[in-house]
Structure formats: structure tokens, C-alpha cells
Design a binder for this molecule. Structure first.
Ligand SMILES: Cc1ncc(COP(=O)(O)O)c(C=O)c1O
Length: 502
């Protein structure tokens, strides 16, 4: 089969990215249909004068994102995404201007404190979720940039800036989203916020007058549940399974605002399948609903290329994107951002002006320089090299110490979820007992996660591995093992497959 691609060999965009994006567009537009074979990588390479490796990398990415599947020696085929989902997306209309009108809420909204008990007395071996590694913070570079900015005079410190955020930072964020998340956004769609939390707050407020009910994945991020619970609207918790949010459980009534974490569901770590993503977009279109995509930790994907965000797939401007630098640079910066459809940006900017009239200039300017001078991409690469061995160490230790542990969410982010086997104490009990032996291990239903139904996963622990090194991780899991085997008779004293805790 012949593919019509327009590859620009002189572009700064890599050839594999161009192939991926163009083939993906052909699939989403319905020009490449489910079951169609893609040309063999060798033919593609010959036809477009590229290396076979380049073609293979592009195909691997299409496969890992669910657009295509490898069928052994038969080749690579377009996956069977429901064709009606594609048609709807292809024909998606822009929301009309008579749609949502923003209006600030007078509700006082809560903030998320971040650590159990206020964070004062953490155990030495602490699997608290989402902490970055303090030793990896690029202090020298940051100090150099800040000194340089300060030596340029104090004018920016004494003046107000654009409430939407420093233009060069918004440009840098928009470029990053294009490169890393497959989004086509410009600086006049970005609002810089005080962390991802304020981005969620902003979107909720922006859409409140249009919203009749709130939908939220369950279990979910505590910060989102706190915002939603304070919003005086009916809340529909929607269950999550191993493919992501159950799209068949979404309300059919019009005017929902849905909160989701498709790239690494918080807290279960599940990656939402492409079919579910497309179903979500179709649902939003059909029910005149909006989606807020919380993409809090997708800079860390260890076993494949970055994934296209839900917002990157959205053709009908239904998805508002909330991002944060809390994981990728540091939570103390308090810098996050919202990416809004262009049509809504002026209102979002006005709302941000009402909420806080903008952000600190110095941190924004430092972050913009950090990104624009290439430090951010280098820093992310370094962090992945730090976190991947930690992830590997945790998965290996759980496998060594426990029999076939059921782990989810290990392929990306900074935490994974471990479903405890039958016969183990409940996750809450494990949390308490672990604390007694100096290990912080958190039940899904405590800490940074929230469960609206009270049913979800009393048997699931959430383990953040980013602030412990490999040795500490192995020691912590050994302690857990010892503690568990001394408390539960059904757990053998030592793992059968290994020589015992070290
Ligand atoms: C799921 C999720 N969303 C959003 C955030 C936002 O964090 P912040 O407000 O620090 O940027 C976090 C932080 O831990 C998170 O875990």
C-alpha cells in the first residue's frame, strides 16, 4: 500500500516524528482504516530516502500509542478503533461562541497540603507519592540564571506582568507541548498558574456556569476531589479499570465537566487506551461536555516514546489541559499552567487576573531561560536516568519478595500501585504497620488519593519511588516483607524463590 507523506528533510523536527504524526493524522482522518496494512518499513525507507531504522522507530511509536499493531511477520496494521469514533472526531465542530460563558465562582476552594500529617515526621524510607529527588535539582544552573536575571535590574520585580504569565515562558511551554505531547498550541492559549492545582481551579471556575454536573475518575487525585467537592454541583464518580476511565458509565445528560489523568491515572497508574480516549472525545462532543486533562507526570515515560496527550487528539476543542513543573523541576517553584482552547483564553486570562493577577516574575523568567537554553530537556533526560533504575529496583524487589505481585502503572510517572494479594492485611493496616518499621507505604485510599465510593481498593498500596535510591528501595521492601510475614500467618516467612530478605 502506498502512503502519501510529505517529509521535510531540512526540518528541525525529526523524520520519525514527522512520519508518526502524518500516519496518525491519516488514521484519525479515516483515510487509513482499521485492518489496513502499513507499507513494510523497508519499502517506506526506500520510497522516502530515509533509513530503515527511522521508519521502524516511527512504526514502534504508532504501535505503542495504540494506532497500529504488529502481526508477527505479516507486518504492521492499523488497529481496529471503532470507526464511528473516528468519524465523529473527523467531523467535530468547534464549540460555538454561544457556548460556555466564564464566570468566577465565589466558592472558597481548598488547597492540597501534600503530605500526610503536614509532612513534618516522614519515615526515613518513605514511598510518599510524587516527590522529586532533591539531590537532582539543577541548583548551579538555576543560581546562574537567577543571578543573571537579577543583575539585569529590578524593573520587572517592581512592576506587574501579564496576568496570563510571562510571554517567553508561555512560548516555551507551548513549544514543549508541541514537541513532547503532540499538541498544536500557541502562547496565547497558555495561562501560567501556581502549580497544576491552580490550573485545575482555573478551568473549573472558567467552565462553572456551563457545567451542570461534574464527573471525576474514581479513585482520583485528592486535590481534584477537593476542588470538585467545593463546587456545589452534583458529582458523578466514574470507575476506572485497566483501560482507564469506564466511558460506558459517563452520564448522557448534557453539560458535564470531566476530570481525567489519561497518561498515568492517579493513583492506579493505568494508561488510558486509545479506544477509550476516542470514546471520551466523542462523548464530550455528543453531550456538550468538557474535559480537563491533568497531565501531571507524563514527562517520565520509561519504556517508550512520549505519548500524545488527550488534548493532542482533540479536534473539537473540548479538552482543557493542566500541566505542572512540580515533578519535572520542583514543587517549590509553584509553577504550572493551563492550555485552553483559543476561544476561551481571553476569559481565562481575565479570570487569572481576578484570582491572583499573575505569577512571580523571577521564577517565571528563570524557568523560561531554563527551558529555552536547553537545560530543561537535558534535566528531564537526566531525571529519567535517575528514576528509571529506581522504578526497576522497586519492581524487582516486589517480585523478589512477594509472589507474582500485581503491579500497575510502572511504565511511567513517579509511582506505581501494588494490589495486595488475598490474605494480606488491608492496605490501611499495612500503612500503619509499615510506619512502625520506619517505612512510609500508603493505602490508595489515603494520602494523595481519594475514593468517592469508599469501595475502591482497600487492598491497594501506592508507592512513590522517586525520592529513594535503589538501595533504600530494596531495604524498604525487605522491611515490608519481614513485617508482613510476622503479622499474617498466610504469608510465608521468606520468599520461596529467593534466599530471603537481605
Ligand atoms: C494527579 C496530580 N495532579 C496534579 C498535581 C499538581 O501538583 P502541583 O499543584 O504541585 O503542581 C499533582 C501533584 O502531586 C498530582 O499528583
Amino acid at each position: 500500500m502506498e502512503l502519501t507523506l510529505a517529509l521535510d528533510h531540512g526540518s528541525s523536527r525529526s523524520l520519525q516524528a514527522q512520519i508518526f504524526e502524518q500516519v496518525r493524522a491519516l488514521i484519525l482522518d479515516g483515510r487509513l482504516r482499521a485492518g489496513m496494512a502499513l507499507p513494510p518499513s523497508r519499502l517506506l525507507a526506500e520510497r522516502f530516502g530515509i533509513s530503515r531504522n527511522t521508519a521502524l522507530i516511527a512504526y514502534e511509536r504508532l504501535i505503542s500509542e495504540g494506532y497500529a499493531e504488529a502481526r508477527g511477520t505479516a507486518g504492521v496494521y492499523v488497529t481496529s478503533i471503532p470507526p464511528d469514533a473516528l468519524i465523529l472526531i473527523r467531523n467535530a465542530r468547534r464549540p460555538d461562541a454561544s457556548g460556555p460563558t466564564p464566570e468566577a465562582s465565589s466558592e472558597p476552594l481548598l488547597c492540597f497540603a501534600g503530605a500526610p500529617g503536614g509532612g513534618g515526621d516522614r519515615p526515613a524510607l518513605d514511598f510518599w507519592v510524587g516527590r522529586s529527588d532533591a539531590a537532582s535539582f539543577p541548583l548551579k544552573t538555576w543560581r546562574r540564571i537567577v543571578n543573571r536575571l537579577l543583575s539585569g535590574g529590578s524593573g520587572y520585580l517592581t512592576d506587574y506582568g501579564d496576568p496570563a504569565g510571562l510571554p517567553e515562558l508561555r512560548r516555551a511551554i507551548a513549544d514543549h507541548l508541541g514537541r513532547a505531547r503532540g499538541m498544536t498550541v500557541t502562547e496565547d492559549q497558555i495561562i501560567v498558574t501556581a502549580g497544576g492545582q491552580e490550573a485545575l481551579n482555573l478551568v473549573l471556575n472558567l467552565l462553572q456556569s456551563h457545567t451542570r454536573q461534574l464527573c471525576i475518575e474514581n479513585p482520583c487525585y485528592l486535590g481534584a476531589s477537593m476542588l470538585f467537592s467545593g463546587a456545589s454541583l452534583a458529582i458523578h464518580p466514574i470507575p476506572v479499570d485497566e483501560e482507564g476511565i469506564r466511558t460506558d458509565r459517563l452520564p448522557t445528560a448534557r453539560g458535564s465537566l470531566l476530570y481525567v489523568t489519561p497518561s498515568h491515572q492517579f493513583p492506579t497508574g493505568v494508561l488510558m487506551t486509545l479506544a477509550r480516549r476516542l470514546a471520551l472525545l466523542r462523548w464530550a462532543e455528543e453531550t456538550d461536555s468538557f474535559i480537563v486533562e491533568d497531565d501531571y507526570d507524563s514527562d517520565f515515560r520509561y519504556d517508550g516514546p512520549p505519548l500524545t496527550s488527550l488534548a493532542g487528539l482533540d479536534r473539537s476543542r473540548r479538552v482543557f489541559y493542566a500541566g505542572t513543573f512540580s515533578k519535572s523541576v520542583g514543587a517549590g517553584l509553584r509553577i504550572g499552567f493551563a492550555a485552553t482552547p483559543r476561544l476561551m483564553w481571553d476569559d481565562a486570562r481575565l479570570l487569572k487576573a481576578r484570582m491572583s493577577n499573575g505569577q512571580s516574575w523571577l521564577e517565571q523568567a528563570a524557568l523560561a531561560a531554563f527551558i529555552n537554553e536547553g537545560h530543561f530537556d537535558r534535566h528531564l533526560r537526566r531525571l529519567r536516568q535517575v528514576y528509571k533504575p529506581r522504578r526497576d529496583a522497586l519492581v524487582a524487589a516486589l517480585n523478589e519478595q512477594f509472589d507474582a505481585p500485581r503491579i500497575s502503572g510502572a511504565d511511567s510517572g513517579l509511582h506505581l500501585a501494588w494490589r495486595l494479594p488475598r490474605g494480606f492485611p488491608s492496605a490501611r493496616e499495612v500503612q500503619v504497620l509499615a510506619r512502625e518499621v520506619g517505612v512510609g507505604a500508603y493505602a490508595l485510599s489515603s494520602g494523595a488519593a481519594f475514593d468517592f465510593t469508599g469501595e475502591a481498593a482497600e487492598d491497594t498500596l501506592v508507592l512513590g519511588y522517586s525520592s529513594l535510591d535503589e538501595r533504600q528501595i530494596a531495604a524498604a521492601v525487605s522491611k515490608l516483607r519481614l513485617m508482613l510475614s510476622s503479622t499474617a500467618a498466610s504469608i510465608p516467612p521468606f520468599p520461596q524463590s529467593s534466599s530471603g530478605p537481605r
